[in-house]
Design a protein around this ligand. Structure first.
Ligand code: 13P
Length: 255
């Protein structure tokens, strides 16, 4: 049995003041739900503060990105070493970064290596656009992202690695995939290549999340699916009660 994860990606939202308020609202709501790994992923400006507020809880903190070089003259960038003591997880290759910041499978690959080198757990995002979906290219696109993003990565401890299937057309649109469709995509184009790359045993231990318009009302549908081990939540993670409902749905999922 893979332990479920529910991660809240705040994206470019929340001032310091709002971040503190949201975390303080969230902690009492989700701190005892130990059946689920709960991860809060604030913007970099609030990372140290949020991380501090979570320090004595069982809730983890994550970062939204990193740069692969360890240090040096890279104005505006943040390395894995700078994140390592503030977070346990880091999102790599989110579709918004691929779309707006020229993230490629090659840079995703470098960032995953950098994260693993310092012991951060990468949450690698993959997913097809609406056009790719409509053209019947979902499988091709995701297999490419998986194989290039994970090329030559020796994953010794498979548990310290997470993949998120986030269909681009479902992100922030209110138009989620169905649980069944997401489950099939994950089985065929994520779990299967993981098995080719790292062997069946490791592939079975790696947790795969669904992301894209997950909310309190539809979350349970995803968590019932055998291949879906949790959710990467955007908009609904900005509302404490909605996020807590999603965490609780993950805890009570019957598989
Ligand atoms: P929404 O839940 O707002 O669709 O965002 C999903 C996402 O991109 C999480 O990383």
């Amino acid at each position: 049995m893979r332990k479920p994860i529910v991660a809240g990606n705040w994206k470019m939202n929340n001032t310091m003041e709002k971040s503190i308020r949201l975390v303080n609202d969230l902690i009492p709501l989700i701190k005892n739900q130990n059946k689920v790994d709960r991860v809060i992923i604030p913007p970099f400006t609030a990372l140290a503060t949020v991380s501090d507020l979570l320090r004595f809880t069982s809730i983890s903190c994550g970062a939204q990105n990193l740069f692969w070089e360890p240090k040096g003259a890279y104005t505006g960038e943040i390395s894995a070493y700078m994140i390592e003591d503030l977070a346990d997880y880091v999102i790599i290759g989110h579709s918004e970064r691929r779309t707006y910041f020229n993230e490629t499978d090659e840079t995703v690959n470098k960032k995953i290596v950098a994260a693993l080198n310092v012991g951060l757990t990468p949450i690698m995002c993959v997913g097809e656009t609406y056009e790719e979906n409509q053209a019947g290219k979902t499988g091709e696109v995701i297999l490419h992202q998986m194989n290039k993003g994970l090329a030559d990565i020796p994953i010794v401890n498979g548990a310290k690695f997470v993949v998120a299937y986030e269909p681009v057309w479902a992100i922030g649109t209110g138009l989620a995939a169905t649980g069944e469709v997401a489950n099939k995509v994950i089985a065929d184009y994520i779990r299967e290549p993981l098995s080719h790359l790292f062997g069946e045993e490791v592939a079975q231990r790696i947790r795969v999340l669904y992301g894209g318009s997950v909310n309190a009302a539809n979350a349970a549908e995803f968590f019932e699916q055998p291949e879906i081990d949790g959710a990467l939540v955007g908009g609904a993670s900005l509302k404490s009660h909605d996020f807590a409902d999603i965490v609780n749905a993950a805890a009570s999922a019957k598989k």
